[in-house]
Design a protein around this ligand. Structure first.
Ligand code: ADP
Ligand code: MG
Length: 445
């Protein structure tokens, strides 16, 4: 048992457990900057959690206390409470936008247009965001950005905030997660302060709502947002929304919202291609002021293919390991850093395992997938195989085509494109793919 009166330091693994627990159980609350939080002393059963600034502390106090307490108790196995402390005051000139009085999420400094790498996967979304930041309410209204997790939606939204505030410090820019909107709304209903709530949101110059998919099944919040939207729209105030799928695919979103969300511009962000991944890695390394040789950048870019956030994690792992060894970053270190856990499994997958898993999960015979038949029931799983082989193994297009029924490289390229596009439109297929990849990574029999 812990002696509650002693001052203790939390070990790094336990702290990581706490963060891990939050990611699993409170994914909606977790923000990128949580990784920068540090554990303070644990004294008399109270754990201090140190935030970088008061804006972060405010967010933690308002939304995350219970979550942290639950996580700390789960990770330590003891009854622990949590208090948040800010290490620094917000620097002057860097205050939260006026009128936000705390309900805006803290902006992340790094999420600027300068730090955003533009590639074929995000060109339209990026251009639209720049245009909106230059003439809010005029360029595209509303602007709706969608794409799967970790592809830069939040980064772009916040870049708009930074750009607008840089030019016009007094602009009433509201950046918040949809959850915050919902929570504020429910609180206002409970406390009978709806008029304040409405005044606040309906007097924004720019309203950005992130992760709008959380409006699913929230009837009353949808209703409220509908009116917020109308008021802002009518007075030509800019609305920017981000979600993990296009408006019409957000479950149980009222038709009138679906239609309004599509009035302006709907722009999708796709997974970054190899060249973009390389550019992002270089940019992130520069921001973190670490030198990473080209060969290793290329290695990371070909190992991690789907999610930009994971690219960043890879840099951290590689650099962390090289520091631990007090050695420069070498390919060997990179392989060791990324070769653990899931990634090693992914890299070691064989094309045969992919074939077998897809055959099982899609209920199609492996011999049919490798055969010549072109019926739809076989063609789709075959394309999925090609796509996964491309993503998860290092075989060339020719090899992959050859393996799946003697097809040429352009067929494989076409398959990869098709599956990527289908995944964006078809949540069912996306789910199937996640299932197959999950099974592969777990090495399911
Ligand atoms: P999302 O909101 O779509 O889940 P985020 O905006 O949180 O994704 O992005 C995840 C991470 O990847 C962030 O650290 C962001 O800076 C980075 N990122 C994503 N796309 C790009 C890009 N094109 N250029 C630079 N960084 C990017
Ligand atoms: Mg996001």
């Amino acid at each position: 048992m812990t002696d509650n009166t002693q001052v203790q330091e939390l070990s790094e693994p336990i702290w990581q457990d706490i963060l891990g627990y939050l990611r699993v159980h409170y994914a909606r609350l977790v923000r990128g900057w949580f990784e920068l939080l540090r554990p303070g002393p644990l004294a008399s059963g109270e754990l201090q959690v140190l935030a970088a600034n008061t804006a972060q502390k405010r967010y933690l106090d308002e939304h995350c206390l219970q979550a942290f307490v639950g996580a700390a108790q789960a990770a330590t196995g003891h009854l622990v409470t949590v208090c948040f402390k800010a290490l620094a005051e917000d620097p002057p000139g860097n205050e939260l936008p006026v009128g936000l009085s705390g309900e805006s999420l803290p902006l992340i400094e790094e999420y600027s247009f300068d730090n955003f790498v533009v590639g074929p996967c995000n060109r339209l979304a990026h251009a639209a965001c720049v245009a909106v930041s230059e003439s809010p309410g005029r360029a595209y209204n509303p602007l709706f950005i969608h794409g799967s997790v970790g592809l830069g939606k939040t980064h772009l939204l916040q870049a708009i905030c930074h750009a607008v505030l840089a030019r016009q410090k007094q602009a009433r820019v509201f950046y918040l997660s949809c959850e915050t909107f919902i929570n504020d709304f429910m609180e206002a209903v409970e406390l009978g302060t709806l008029h304040t709530f409405r005044y606040r949101y309906r007097h924004a110059d720019i309203l950005m709502l992130d992760d709008i998919q959380f409006l699913a099944d929230r009837e009353r919040s949808q209703e409220e947002f509908f009116h917020t939207f109308n008021t802002l729209y009518q007075s030509q105030k800019q609305i920017v929304l981000a979600a993990d799928s296009p408006p019409e695919q957000i479950p149980s979103l009222q038709d009138r919202l679906v239609s309004r969300f599509s009035w302006g511009l709907v722009a999708r962000i796709d997974q970054p291609c190899y060249e973009t991944r390389i550019a992002i890695l270089r940019k992130k390394a520069r921001i973190r002021q670490v030198e990473i040789p080209d060969a290793i950048v290329e290695f990371i870019a070909s190992t991690i293919t789907t999610n930009t956030r994971e690219l960043e994690g890879a840099i951290a792992k590689v650099v962390g390991l090289s520091q631990a060894y007090r050695q420069p970053v070498t390919l060997q270190i990179a392989e060791e850093a990324l070769g653990s856990g899931r990634d090693r499994r992914v890299r070691r997958l064989t094309i045969q395992q992919i074939l077998e898993q897809v055959s099982r999960d899609f209920g199609v015979r492996a011999s049919d997938i490798q055969g010549k038949r072109r019926t739809k029931s076989v063609a789709l799983p075959r394309q999925v195989c090609m796509y996964l082989a491309r993503e998860l193994t290092s075989h060339s297009l020719e090899e992959i085509g050859g393996y799946f029924g003697g097809r040429d490289h352009s067929t494989v390229m076409h398959a990869c494109k098709t599956i990527k596009a289908l995944c964006q439109e078809d949540p069912h297929l996306r789910q199937m793919l996640e299932q197959v990849t999950g099974n592969l990574q777990r090495g399911s029999p």
